[in-house]
Design a protein around this ligand. Structure first.
Ligand SMILES: [Zn+2]
Length: 359
């Protein structure tokens, strides 16, 4: 695939932010043709302009931000799709959004309950509505989310990550590479401290099948299309702009599967493909146009289910199956697949789901 980098430096528009267009297309995904819009660089978030008033927010590297978020600037206020991984990250997001607009953040949509999408919720006061599927509220109030996956492993892995980064920094000869690693080390150490400030906070407004917001000229549809990545995923559709924000129901890369409802996930993705949109803004990865990537992800999930069912029938444990499955035929669409094997937490969940289905 041709790697193209556009470096047109436009005039600096605000003191702390420069605007330019730059991104390596698709980060190696075959078939992604999205050409990035102008970028506003904040301290912690880069904002890629998708269309008038709609921005895709990703980390500058200064902090570990968790999910990629979407900023929707309406006539009088701002809606955020997802709120970042910690209170500190959410505060940084709100601060950086001021580079785009001086309108206040009044609405936050949580695409699902996972910590990297909701743990910024606690910074918002009563003037901000946090909206999510009713399952998110149930999950955050009842699941002891700080002592279960996916937060548990994310937190438990931090000391090893920090040690490994320190070793890499000592061994790194290239000054620029070393600086990048040092920034990542500082961000990882900061995240470890910030995890202590997390207060899981549920949505203040919930819905069960769909909810449409009219904010000035903007129509924003929250849709529950069925269970998938979790039992309560929301997609946010901007019908006029033909943009859909998919959270982790559909990323441009492989999603975490530890709360997956696997057969329904592929059906829900069928419902997603039926919506009218030109642009997908996922919870992780990069924006894309191609419905074919959704089909490719469905075929990955189906292949995984078939292989795991076979291995399980042969008497393998989930841990053995996680090593044995071979999804390398999906590598062109999902380049993070580098060899046989799959994420253990996902395969354990798949075994559990197969048990649930039998009952
Ligand atoms: Zn997730």
């Amino acid at each position: 695939m041709k790697m193209r980098r556009i470096l047109i430096v436009l005039p600096v528009v605000m003191a702390a932010c420069s605007v330019f267009a730059a991104r390596v297309q698709g980060q190696g995904n075959a078939g992604i043709t999205f050409t990035s819009g102008p970028l506003t660089k904040g301290k912690v978030f880069n904002f890629e302009k998708i269309t008038e008033g709609v921005y895709y927010a990703t980390s500058t590297g200064a902090m570990i931000t968790g999910s990629n978020d979407v900023v929707i600037v309406n006539d009088n206020d701002v809606l955020l799709v997802d709120a970042g991984v910690t209170p500190a990250v959410a505060r940084a997001l709100v601060q950086d959004v001021k580079l785009l607009t001086n309108k206040p953040v009044r609405l936050v949509v949580n695409t699902h309950f996972h910590y990297d999408h909701t743990d910024g919720n606690s910074i918002f006061g009563p003037d901000v509505q946090i909206i999510g599927h009713e399952y998110i509220r149930t999950a955050i109030l009842n699941l002891d989310v700080l002592h279960r996956e996916p937060f548990k492993t994310a937190q438990a892995n931090l000391p090893d990550q920090i040690e490994s980064l320190k070793k890499q920094i000592t061994a790194e000869k290239d000054a620029q590479q070393r600086a990048t690693l040092q920034q990542l080390l500082a961000a990882t150490e900061a995240e470890q401290r910030q995890f202590a400030d997390i207060k899981p906070t549920p949505p203040t407004m919930t819905y069960s099948s769909n909810l449409t917001l009219f904010r000035g000229q903007r129509e924003i549809r929250l849709l529950f299309l069925g269970r998938g990545h979790t039992p309560g995923d929301t997609v946010v559709l901007l019908p006029k702009e033909r943009i859909v924000c998919t959270g982790d129901l559909m990323e441009s890369r492989l999603a975490y599967m530890g709360d997956g409802i696997f057969d329904e996930w592929t059906t829900t993705l069928d419902a997603l493909k039926k919506l009218d949109f030109d642009i997908v803004l996922p919870g992780h990865g990069v924006p894309f146009h191609e419905k074919s990537l959704i089909t490719a992800y469905q075929s990955y999930l189906k292949d995984l289910m078939t292989q795991v069912a076979k291995l399980r029938a042969q008497g393998l444990t989930a841990d053995q199956a996680a090593q044995k499955v071979d999804l390398t035929s999906h590598k062109a669409d999902f380049p993070q697949i580098t060899g046989p094997g799959a994420d253990l937490r996902g395969i354990r969940r798949m075994y559990q789901w197969m048990d649930e289905r039998r009952k």
